[in-house]
Design a protein around this ligand. Structure first.
Ligand code: GRF
Length: 191
């Protein structure tokens, strides 16, 4: 049975691209049914067009409850095996994360430096090592169970942008490997 992935992304989409390419090459045994974004002008939209992956735009509205409810209905209609938050800068509603299997990639070694400014916070704390974490998403902010982590050294002359790019290289490898393992373990539990 083929497993389907719904990606949520808000930014440049390099993680989304790595996941899509891995499904297209067979490194991940599953398919990306679509990429949902809250940012219609984000670079991820153009990347999906090139990769011929459906993009679903769901811009934030002033009515957050309706936005959450619509997001739930979109995901429900797509019925994904796995939802992957890959640079999606929105907190997901409790009902969403308790209904769907959702993982997230975070640019720090959780529980260190949760939140939206993980790379900046690691530099401000003068950490010598930070890294990448793939974790299950629960209703908290970056509090779900850790699935995989990998360290990245902080260098003396690192800026936030330079360090983040180095972490993102690690995130791309880690998210692809994690999705591959998770989908394979789902296959194994099928009857
Ligand atoms: C990643 O570092 C992710 O962990 C963070 O945003 C970045 C997304 O990068 N939340 P991209 O948009 O996939 O290039």
């Amino acid at each position: 049975m083929s497993r389907s992935i719904l990606i949520l992304a808000s930014g440049t989409g390099s993680l989304a691209q790595a996941i899509i390419v891995a499904t297209q090459s067979g490194e991940i045994s599953g398919n990306v049914i679509g990429v949902l974004t809250d940012q219609p002008d984000a670079q991820v939209v153009a990347k999906c067009a090139v990769l011929e992956i459906p993009i679903i735009t769901h811009p934030m509205s002033s009515d957050r409850k309706s936005w959450d409810a619509e997001l739930f209905l979109i995901a429900q209609s797509l019925n994904p095996s796995l939802v992957v938050s890959a640079g999606f800068m929105r907190i997901l509603a409790p009902e969403f994360v308790s209904t769907f299997k959702v993982i997230n990639s975070h640019p720090a070694l959780l529980p260190k430096f949760p939140g939206a400014h993980a790379v900046r916070d690691a530099l401000a704390a003068k950490a010598s090592v930070t890294g990448a974490t793939i974790h299950w998403v629960d209703s908290g902010i970056d509090t779900g169970k850790v699935i995989a982590q990998q360290e990245v050294q902080v260098l003396a002359d690192d800026t936030e942008a330079v360090l983040h790019e180095r972490i993102k290289i690690v995130e791309r490898g880690l998210i692809v490997a994690t999705i591959s393992d998770l989908l394979a373990s789902m296959e194994n539990t099928d009857e």
